[in-house]
Ligand binder design. Structure first.
Ligand SMILES: Cc1cc2nc3c(=O)[nH]c(=O)nc-3n(C[C@H](O)[C@H](O)[C@H](O)COP(=O)(O)OP(=O)(O)OC[C@H]3O[C@@H](n4cnc5c(N)ncnc54)[C@H](O)[C@@H]3O)c2cc1C
Length: 380
C-alpha cells in the first residue's frame, strides 16, 4: 500500500480501513458489474469500518475526516472497485457537507447524524431527472411537492439514484409549489409510495446501482422540507472532489495491472518481457507523469481546503479545474494501460475492460467539462 501522499499515522490507519473495504469490493466487483447492483456484503463491510460516520464529530461516532483524508480513502477504495467508491462517496460527501455547513434545522441534523453514527445508515442526494438532466445546469425539477394540510404530497421520478435500493434516506430535490422554489425533502426509504425501478443498465459504473427512484403520492410532513433554494449562490463544495479521487483510483489500478502485465508477458518474438521494449517504456513513463500531475493537483487543492477554511470561497474554479483535469487524465492513463495490454485487454477475463468502461463515467459526473471551461473563462 505504498502511497506517496500518506504522511501521518492517522492517514495510514484511515487508508488501511479503506484498503479493507477495497479488498471486499474487489471480491464482489465482477458480480456487481454483471448484475448492475451494489453488493450487500460490501455495504456490510463499509458499515463495519464505520466509513458512513467518519466525517462526523466523535459524539456521532465520527473522526472529523478531513477532505484530504476522504480523498485518500476514496482513491484506495476505487482501486478495488470504482463503483463502490463513487456510490459511498456521495454519502460521505453529504455527511461532510452537513457537518461543515449545517444547512438544516438543528433537530433534523442531529437526528440524521445520530442515525448515521449509531446505525450506520446511508443516504444520498437525488437531483437528476429525465427532463432536467444534470442538476448543475439549473433546470427546475419536475418532481413536485404540493401542500396538503400540515405537510406535502410528493410526485416524481429521479434518475441516476446511486445506491438506490440500499439507501435508508433519500434527499430529493422538488419544485415546492406553494413556495414557488426548489426545495429538498428528506424522505425515508419505507415511506408509502416510494419505490425503486430497476432501470440501471449502463456501459460503466454498473455496480453503483444508480436506478430510478419513483415517488407516487408520497405524504411527508413539513419538517421533511430540509432546505430551500436561497438567493445566495451556493459556495464551493470541496467534498465533490471525491469524484476525481475515485477516477484517479481506477487509473492507478489500471497502471498497476498494466505494469505487472508488461513485466510478465514475454512473447516468443522477444528475448525480454515487453516492459523492456521502448514503446512500452514510453507508455509507462507517460502514465507515470500524468498520474504524478493528477495527484499533485488533487491533493494540494485538498490540503489548501483543509488548512485555510476561511479562504474556501476563492476556490470554486480550482475545484472544477481539478475535477476536469483529474478525470480526463484518468481516462488517458486507462487508455494507455489498455494499449499496453493489447488485444487481451478487451477480454472480460482481464480487469482492463472494466476500468475502461468505468472511467468513462467520470465525464458525466459534476461539474461537466464544458461548464468548468466556461466558468474559468468568465473568471479571467
Ligand atoms: C455513475 C453515475 C452516478 C450518478 N449518481 C448520481 C446521484 O447519485 N444523484 C444524482 O442526482 N445524479 C447522479 N448522477 C447523474 C449526473 O449528476 C448527471 O445528472 C447525469 O450524468 C446526466 O448528466 P448529462 O450531462 O449527461 O445530462 P444532461 O444535462 O441531460 O445533458 C445532456 C447533453 O446536453 C448538454 N446540455 C444539457 N443542458 C445544457 C445546458 N444548459 N447548457 C449546455 N449544455 C447542456 C450536455 O452537455 C450533454 O451534452 C450520476 C451519474 C453517473 C454517470
Amino acid at each position: 500500500m505504498l502511497n506517496k501522499w500518506i504522511f501521518t499515522e492517522r492517514q495510514t490507519r484511515l487508508v488501511e480501513k479503506a484498503a479493507r473495504i477495497n479488498e471486499t469490493a474487489a471480491l464482489h466487483a465482477g458480480k456487481a458489474d454483471e448484475e448492475a447492483s451494489f453488493s450487500d456484503e460490501v455495504l456490510k463491510k463499509i458499515k463495519e469500518e464505520k466509513y458512513p460516520s467518519l466525517p462526523l464529530f466523535p459524539e456521532f461516532g465520527g473522526e472529523e475526516l478531513s477532505l484530504y483524508e476522504f480523498l485518500l480513502m476514496q482513491e484506495e477504495i476505487a482501486k478495488g472497485d470504482g463503483a463502490v467508491a463513487l456510490s459511498i462517496g456521495w454519502h460521505v460527501g453529504v455527511m461532510m457537507e452537513l457537518k461543515d455547513e449545517r444547512p438544516w434545522e438543528e433537530a433534523t441534523l442531529r437526528h440524521i447524524m445520530d442515525e448515521v453514527g449509531r446505525k450506520q445508515k446511508v443516504l444520498n442526494r437525488l437531483a437528476s431527472e429525465p427532463a432536467t438532466g444534470s442538476p448543475t445546469r439549473g433546470g427546475m425539477p419536475e418532481t413536485i411537492a404540493r401542500r396538503k394540510g400540515d405537510g406535502y404530497i410528493i410526485n416524481g421520478r429521479k434518475t441516476f439514484a446511486s445506491l438506490a435500493d440500499h439507501l435508508d434516506y433519500y434527499i430529493v430535490s422538488t419544485y415546492v409549489e406553494d413556495l414557488d422554489t426548489v426545495g429538498w425533502f428528506l424522505v425515508e426509504k419505507d415511506t408509502p409510495g416510494v419505490s425503486v425501478e430497476k432501470t440501471w443498465d449502463t456501459l460503466g459504473m454498473r455496480g453503483t446501482e444508480s436506478d430510478d427512484l419513483l415517488m407516487k403520492d408520497v405524504e411527508v410532513d413539513s419538517s421533511s422540507l430540509v432546505e430551500t433554494k436561497t438567493s445566495k449562490p451556493a459556495g464551493p463544495k470541496g467534498w465533490l472532489l471525491h469524484i476525481p479521487a475515485c477516477y484517479l483510483g481506477i487509473a492507478v489500478a489500471a497502471r498497476n495491472e498494466a505494469v505487472q502485465f508488461a513485466k510478465n508477458f514475454q512473447p516468443n518474438s522477444l528475448d525480454t518481457p515487453i516492459s523492456e521494449v521502448p514503446h512500452i517504456q514510453d507508455k509507462i513513463g507517460t502514465m507515470e507523469w500524468k498520474l504524478l500531475q493528477a495527484h499533485s493537483f488533487l491533493y494540494n487543492t485538498a490540503r489548501k481546503w483543509d488548512e485555510y477554511p476561511e479562504r474556501r470561497d476563492e476556490w470554486q474554479e480550482e475545484l472544477g479545474a481539478v475535477k476536469l483535469a483529474v478525470t480526463n487524465t484518468a481516462q488517458e492513463v486507462v487508455d494507455l494501460a489498455m494499449r499496453i495490454s493489447g488485444g487481451r485487454g478487451l477480454s472480460r477475463q482481464q480487469p482492463f475492460e472494466k476500468y475502461y468502461r468505468d472511467v468513462r463515467a467520470g465525464l458525466h459526473n459534476p461539474p461537466m467539462d464544458d461548464a468548468v471551461i466556461t466558468m474559468l473563462a468568465k473568471k479571467v
